[in-house]
Design a protein around this ligand. Structure first.
Ligand SMILES: [Mn+2]
Length: 440
């Protein structure tokens, strides 16, 4: 198949978009290779791949090193978050991003039409790129979380390609364990203020860190994949309109729900989807989350039944079917989604790429919703790009100021030590003189 021919340019939201169509070649065009240049070139005939070929980016999208190439702009980015050193049970989600990318290869602009949405996000107004992975240390979680927050802030500083406005782009993150939701919310809060979170998960993830057994108090041990929403609430990052969907976790007791209530979440149980029905679930979400305020969709693949997600960290029997999750995601596409993720894909435990294929589909659904909804409303952006740059700059200035104060302190300490040394020297000199005066 060939896709380089642009056959039409429909207008969507006042932005011209090219719809690519395949070209069918004849086998004799390959055999009758003329030297006079009249035959199609290899580039014309072969500059396209079957889905199982090529180097994996998400959905064969162009790869940009977004953090290192500030000149490259985009409207929607995929970003891999290979981090899994905050899990309480099975590790391995650091390999989630590459597995989801591999499982996304049957998504292309030619076969990217989402029939549930009646829309092809890859052939519309938005420039969508794969930003590769964030370089995150697996050796020190406090450094890792700073790296992630800075990385996501950097992604949000990018301007959208379709307008000269200061609107921040959006991104969908692949993988990592679920703790990475915290740096996402920290970065998004800088741009939008408090964020509504729709949290698809078997587990609450609003547990205080000391609810874990054998907890040792430290700043670092407050960060884990079951406490990031507790932390986000205490940092003032989340709104009063948050949803858990697909819950079936074991609890410490019903007091877990009281803690959860105090963090402004409503709870939709896994069984609600078959006892009360998918439309009840959809309506509950739409009744809770305002459609005009910034919303983040976080999907822990363990919301699905272990039959569809063996490749995850903490399985819970009795979960949703993929078709149920996809239906709910499609039914809330009108919300103002400023970011999203699919997390806890742990390929070493996966069977036949089933979990990662579900993960790739979930990312596809979130991308579809973002692009179908169109560019974000500037009214929801609390801080524009210039202000964000200023914040980053202020942070740098503050760091420089702190470094300067530290240096001044060090200088004073050295001066004091030198003074003490001088005093000691003169004392020793006088004692030496006294010793010399003693007759032997
Ligand atoms: Mn989770």
């Amino acid at each position: 198949m060939k896709c380089s021919h642009i056959v039409s340019a429909p207008i969507f939201l006042s932005v011209a978009a090219a719809v690519l169509q395949p070209v069918a070649w004849k086998s004799d065009e390959l055999i009758n290779d003329s030297i006079d240049g009249s035959s199609p070139s290899l580039k014309e005939m072969w500059d396209d791949l079957w889905p199982f070929q090529g180097i994996n980016t998400f959905a064969h999208l162009d790869h940009h090193k977004c953090l290192l190439e500030p000149g490259n702009t985009y409207d929607v980015a995929l970003i891999g978050v290979p981090f899994d050193t905050a899990v309480s049970y099975r590790p391995g989600a650091r390999f989630g991003p590459r597995a989801i990318r591999a499982a996304s290869q049957r998504q292309t602009s030619l076969r990217g039409y989402n029939q549930r949405a009646n829309f092809n996000p890859y052939a519309s107004w938005a420039k969508i790129v794969d930003c590769g992975d964030l370089p995150i240390t697996p050796m020190d979680n406090s450094i890792a979380f700073t790296q992630m927050t800075k990385g996501f802030e950097e992604l949000l500083l990018r301007r959208s390609s379709n307008s000269s406005s200061e609107l921040p782009p959006r991104y969908v993150a692949l993988g990592g364990d679920h703790s990475v939701l915290l740096p996402h919310l920290r970065a998004l809060h800088e741009v939008y203020g408090r964020i509504n979170v729709i949290h698809f998960d078997a587990h609450l993830d609003t547990w205080a860190p000391d609810k874990y057994p054998s907890f040792w108090h430290s700043d670092q041990s407050e960060i884990n994949h079951g406490s990031m929403l507790w932390k986000a609430h205490h940092e003032g990052l989340t709104s009063h309109h948050n949803v858990h969907a697909g819950l079936r976790t074991k609890l410490s007791g019903l007091e877990d729900y009281e803690d959860d209530d105090s963090q402004h979440f409503i709870r939709i149980d896994a069984d609600d989807i078959w006892l009360k029905g998918p439309q009840w679930v959809v309506q509950k979400i739409l009744d809770t989350v305002p459609d005009d305020s910034p919303t983040y969709i976080s999907v822990d693949v363990d919301v699905l039944d272990p039959g569809f997600t063996s490749g995850t960290g903490t399985q819970e029997p009795g979960g949703w079917l993929p078709r149920e999750l996809l239906h709910v995601l499609r039914s809330i596409e009108g919300l103002t989604v400023v970011g999203g993720d699919v997390v806890e894909v742990s390929p070493a435990f996966d069977t036949a790429e089933i979990t990662s294929t579900n993960g790739a589909q979930i990312a596809f659904e979130i991308i579809t919703s973002m692009v179908k909804k169109g560019p974000i409303d500037p009214a929801i952006v609390k801080k524009n790009k210039k202000e964000l740059v200023k914040i980053t700059h202020v942070n740098e200035l503050e760091q420089e100021k702190k470094d300067f104060i530290d240096l001044e302190k060090a200088k004073k300490t050295i001066e004091q030590k030198l003074k003490e040394l001088d005093e000691l020297k003169s004392e020793l000199s006088s004692q030496l003189l006294e010793l010399r005066e003693i007759p032997f």
